[in-house]
Design a protein around this ligand. Structure first.
Ligand code: NI
Length: 257
């Protein structure tokens, strides 16, 4: 069985309140060896840390999501900095820009994003990037803030090859989730095909973005197996090879030994 690494999941979500332990057990049965759970605001950072403390195979990323950036208070950046010393915290994220949901003004999103990139450079942690309809500004800010110093993950990448190339040049890994499995996902499939194998990651973003054939349903980490199937199809590699490659890449990216 393939040993899989789900590099982006939210198994602490209330959507798993009725069956979290079972869902995590299903992930293990599906071959998931490691996961990074993402805490992205005041509610989910503590629940993410708790999950990482409960399971040895779950690591944590902590950061402030662009959609929630308006709610970031003085002291929250210091809170994230302190948590970076936690032995299970491997990255800062998810951070970035979201121009789809109109919840936080752009200038607030930009400030919060920049502050967290600076923090990542200070504590030497990779960053996990959330990018929705903001490709140009993401690349611009990553460049201006010297994010290449720490690198990280372009999570659930949905941009063009042109954007992917710029992110690869700044030491980022390109991660694909459920949407790449959709039949009409021409661009993501083309980008995946061109990403160097030593920069490829897979993820679920559970409970969101379930892969085909579960599109529209609740996603869970076990389904990263379907993303691995699609990545194998596109690259012409076996599923085991994809699992091995993305496992090695994930460990390297997050500094997991
Ligand atoms: Ni996410």
């Amino acid at each position: 069985m393939a040993n899989l690494f789900d590099t982006h999941t939210h198994m602490d979500s209330p959507k798993f309140d009725s069956d979290r332990a079972e869902a995590i057990a299903r992930a293990r049965e599906a071959g998931v060896e490691l996961m990074v759970n993402i805490g992205f605001n005041r509610e989910t950072i503590p629940t993410t840390i708790a999950l990482a403390e409960q399971y040895d195979f779950i690591y944590a990323a902590v950061g402030w999501h662009p959609v929630d950036s308006i709610e970031m208070q003085p002291g929250d950046l210091e809170w994230i900095e302190q948590l970076c010393a936690h032995p299970k915290v491997v990255a800062i994220g998810e951070i970035g820009l979201d121009y789809h949901w109109d919840t936080s003004p752009k200038e607030v999103q930009h400030r919060v994003f920049r502050e967290q990139i600076r923090l990542a450079r200070k504590v030497r942690k990779p960053i996990v990037i959330h990018n929705r309809d903001a490709h140009e500004d993401i690349v611009k800010i990553l460049k201006e803030e010297n994010a290449s110093e720490v690198g990280g993950v372009m999570h659930c990448f949905s941009g063009s090859w042109e954007t992917a190339k710029k992110c690869l040049d700044m030491n980022f890994y390109i991660s694909f989730g459920g949407p790449v499995t959709f039949k009409n996902a021409r661009v993501p499939k083309e980008v995946l095909e061109r990403v160097p194998l030593d920069r490829l990651l897979i993820e679920t973003d559970s409970p969101y973005l379930a892969p085909h054939p579960f599109r529209g349903k609740r996603n869970e980490t076990a389904f990263v197996s379907y993303v691995a199937d699609t990545a194998a199809e596109i690259t012409g590699k076996s599923k085991d090879e994809i699992a091995k490659i993305t496992m090695e890449n994930g460990k390297k990216c997050f500094g997991i030994v």
